[in-house]
Write a protein that binds this ligand. Structure first.
Ligand SMILES: NC(=O)c1ccc[n+]([C@@H]2O[C@H](COP(=O)([O-])OP(=O)(O)OC[C@H]3O[C@@H](n4cnc5c(N)ncnc54)[C@H](O)[C@@H]3O)[C@@H](O)[C@H]2O)c1
Length: 480
């Protein structure tokens, strides 16, 4: 049975979504659930076929079910050509990749090529079309790159084709909820008609609509991601200091985060941020500002601080392993967080590289990301490949391990049956996410070492910083 829509109101404009990747597919399915007629298109034929059959090509909580119900309802369709999509849609969203270049700038080739292909398709279409850049692009891109490309390829003027910006703020792992119920919608427009179209599209979404210029919208996205990355890195720095002097970072965050001017969200200590966006976006923000003669000193430090935190996480693991060769680690959770199979910028990758590079045998497990992890591993040097193995079950990964590293706290890891402890050579969990319940650790007879938790250290640590070498235990959490 087709599911009912989130909202019923006046007929919204029809929508096209070009690029059915993580962001595009979640957005397309959410528009459809809100009663919008959506046509999707992706350059990859297999991706089109998967979506058309009512499935998601990647793992994202609840997305497969949403896609299936919206395909069944007929509100979400997949076109085989851009011409078909352009014909059927009034508002066309470009949800194309903007990958990082070694310079830090984003690679504009995919979005430029997509705009050009779409422009050619628009040349044969009657009536007004609004092209909206939903990809994350540096301020000025929609107006100085996309608009001229679309105009030239379509041969149409502003009365027939306009270009606007509508950055996307959803987060992987909770994409469906974010896409269906965004906390705000930012649109950047340069004419009243585009504003009116986007207002009528988003009327079905119960979220404040912030209307600015296209460059203002593009800047907003970078400011948001850079600030979130800064917040995480700040918490991680305080966490490293806390660990050293015998303080639990969560106590500190509760205290300073409860100030409403600060807020507790995104102050959770961990192994550093990962994912496709934060690192890429902060670098692009810094680079784009530099290109305009502006230095963003704070943002410049964010990625370096993040890398330092990841090295610290590796150090914490190292501190739990026996000296010499032959150490084994079960690595639990490989994607950049739980709830997704996205490996892009996952902190698991540099940590695995570092500890396996030192001779440690890494036994890797993830409930959904193993295929992508194997693909990543196949491109690593042979020496590394020889030291990293992948296992279909957590129990197998734990066999003979000197420590289990919790990198992405999937619920199945947190449920830890006692039988898992018995499989390990040393019953230790290094919890990089501060997620493992202390009571469960007690019940399962396992020692918990939590990043950012130095509460078992004596106050003397304040005057004599502890030095740890491989084989010595890291600071333990209060309950151990
Ligand atoms: N992933 C996220 O959580 C997220 C959140 C907010 C913003 N963004 C931004 O959204 C953009 C897309 O990110 P993503 O994670 O969805 O990327 P992705 O790589 O998962 O998806 C991009 C899709 O575009 C398709 N594609 C490439 N060129 C094409 C073309 N010419 N025509 C049609 N399809 C084409 C690819 O096959 C792929 O399916 C990026 O700018 C990213 O920064 C992503």
């Amino acid at each position: 049975m087709p599911r009912k829509t989130e909202n019923v109101g006046p007929r919204p404009p029809t929508v096209g979504v070009v690029g059915l990747g993580y962001m595009g597919l979640a957005s397309a399915a959410a528009f459809a659930r809100h009663g919008v007629s959506v046509t999707g298109y992706d350059v990859l034929p297999e991706r089109r076929a998967t979506v058309r059959s009512g499935s998601s090509p990647f793992h994202e909580e609840g997305l497969g079910e949403l896609v299936r119900s919206e395909i069944q309802s007929g509100r979400l369709r997949v076109a085989d050509t851009l011409a078909e999509l352009a014909d059927q849609s009034t508002i066309i969203f470009l949800c194309l990749p903007t990958p990082p270049l070694p310079t830090g700038r984003i690679d504009l080739r995919p979005i430029r090529a997509g705009a050009e292909e779409l422009g050619r398709a628009l040349a044969r279409v009657n009536g007004f079309r609004l092209v909206v850049i939903k990809s994350t692009v540096v301020p000025g891109t929609a107006q100085t790159v996309n608009a001229p490309v679309v105009a030239k390829a379509s041969g149409k003027g502003p009365a027939q084709v306009a270009v606007a910006s509508n950055p996307e703020f959803l987060a992987e792992g909770r994409m469906v909820a974010d896409a269906l119920r965004p906390d705000r919608i930012v649109v950047g427009v340069s004419d009243p008609r585009s504003e009116q179209l986007l207002r009528s599209l988003y009327a079905a979404f119960d979220a404040p609509l912030i209307v600015v210029t296209p460059a203002g919208a593009e800047m907003t996205k970078y400011a948001a991601n850079s600030f979130l990355a800064l917040k995480i890195s700040f918490a991680n720095e305080v966490s490293r200091f806390s660990e050293r002097v015998g303080v639990d970072i969560d106590d500190v965050v509760r205290g300073f985060g409860s100030d409403p001017r600060i807020g507790e969200q995104f102050l959770k200590a961990g192994p550093g941020f990962g994912g496709s966006c934060f690192s890429k976006d902060v670098r692009a923000f810094v680079r784009a500002a530099k290109d305009q003669g502006v230095r963003l000193r704070l943002s410049e430090q964010v990625v370096a601080a993040n890398d330092e935190q990841t090295r610290h996480a590796a150090e914490l693991i190292r501190g739990e392993l026996p000296r010499g060769r032959g150490a084994k680690v079960a690595f639990l959770g490989l994607a950049f967080k739980e709830g997704t199979d996205d490996l892009r910028e996952s902190r698991a990758l540099p940590i695995v590289r570092e500890i396996a590079g030192e001779g440690v045998a890494v036994r890797a497990h993830d409930p959904v990301a193993l295929p992508k992890f194997r693909d990543w591993l196949s491109k690593e040097p042979a020496g590394l490949q020889a030291r990293v193995s992948t296992w279909a079950t957590t129990a197998e990964a734990l066999t003979g391990a000197d420590a289990a590293v919790l990198q992405a706290p999937w619920p199945e890891y947190l449920a830890w049956p006692k039988a898992w402890t018995a499989r390990m050579r040393q019953p230790v969990i290094v919890d990089l996410r501060r997620a493992f319940p202390t009571a469960r650790a007690h019940a399962a007879g396992i020692r918990l070492v939590r990043l950012g938790d130095g509460t078992s250290m004596r106050p003397a640590a304040l005057s004599t910083p502890p030095t740890r070498s491989p084989g010595q235990n890291a600071p333990r959490s209060a309950g151990n």
